[in-house]
Design a protein around this ligand. Structure first.
Ligand code: CAA
Length: 283
């Protein structure tokens, strides 16, 4: 199963990172979002990152030009009929995702693989909304996508071996290390990461230590590149809360209950870097 042409749906931070990685790996990438200004904004981010790589001598100007040339923005979702693989990277909303997958299922010829970059929604449920559950798979990239070497490749209940093998191989050709994961709440990454972040929030909530102290312990004591609270701000506190709710709901185990302080911050609109304030304040 050769995957040469890819459509990425969604022009947020994850979508633009995936587009950059796929185009750098020589794939023609159709980039779809509902309106062109979203894609234009994402394109600026990609151009900035590529320009930085050229300045650092990691990329030639010719390579930069050909990567950009392989990215084709489109407002027309029916262009999905022209690709071998669609990677969905829209907001984490099950109704929006199932709606999109049903649309893609109608548009794409048989054989086209539909992948989701969801960080925590069940692949099996998204797949069940289509008439091709064997061709639906999870492809969970980490943020920032161009930098982080991991892709969790998540098998839905019905995902075929051929589709799994094709996505595993493609992930390697994207320059990443794929890891096979089964479809259970939080997969592996967020099942382990989010309770750690939640526990860091509890540590502050209970007055054990300050935000800075918690992050310093984990950075200097455990060699984490970012402390858990800095990382929570980077990911988005609303995303962290929503993943904790999915773990809590999925396992019905009180160890996954979200910290009240995390809930309070989200209710207040303190969502982390993207809103200008979370556990830290951003300029
Ligand atoms: N996009 C592209 N490149 C980026 C980038 C971005 N957003 N941010 C940083 N980089 C690049 C820089 O250009 C730099 O490249 P060079 O090595 O070529 O110079 C490199 O990354 C290192 O960047 P910096 O020197 O500016 O900063 P740093 O050394 O502090 O690293 C970091 C920044 C890579 C983000 C690092 O702090 C880190 O690894 N943090 C942890 C990130 C993490 O845990 N991500 C997973 C989040 S969880 C997730 O994604 C799953 C989920 O479902 C929630």
């Amino acid at each position: 199963m050769s995957i040469q042409t890819v459509m990425v749906v969604g022009a947020g931070q994850m979508g633009s990172g995936i587009v950059q990685v796929a185009a750098a790996a020589g794939r023609k990438v159709l980039w779809h979002d509902l309106t062109m200004p979203f894609i234009d904004k994402g394109m600026l981010v990609i151009r900035k990152h590529l320009a930085r790589s050229v300045e650092k001598g990691k990329l030639t100007v010719e390579e930069q030009t050909s990567i950009i040339g392989r990215i084709l923005p489109t407002e027309d979702v029916t262009d999905a009929a022209k690709v071998d693989l669609v990677i969905e990277a829209i907001s984490e909303n099950m109704a929006w995702k199932t709606n999109l997958f049903q649309k893609l299922d109608r548009i794409c010829p048989p054989g086209v693989i539909l992948a989701t970059n969801t960080s925590s929604l069940p692949i099996t449920e998204i797949a069940a909304a289509t008439s091709r559950p064997s061709q639906v798979i999870g492809m969970h990239f980490m943020n920032p996508v161009p930098v982080m070497p991991l892709i969790e490749v998540i098998r839905g209940l019905e995902t075929s071996q051929d589709v799994f093998d094709a996505i595993f191989q493609l992930s390697k050709e994207f320059g990443k290390t794929p890891v096979e994961v089964q479809d259970f709440p939080g997969f592996v990454s967020n099942r382990i990461l989010m309770p750690m972040i939640n526990e860091a929030v509890f540590t502050v909530y209970e007055g054990v230590a300050s935000v800075e102290a918690v992050d310093t312990v984990m950075k200097l004591g455990m060699n984490h590149p970012m402390g858990p609270l800095e990382l929570a701000d980077f990911i988005g506190l609303d995303t962290c809360l929503s993943i904790m709710e999915i773990l809590y709901e999925g396992f019905k185990d009180p160890k996954y209950r979200p910290c009240p302080l995390l809930r309070k911050y989200v209710k207040a609109g303190r969502l982390g870097r993207k809103s200008g304030q979370g556990f830290y304040v951003y300029a």
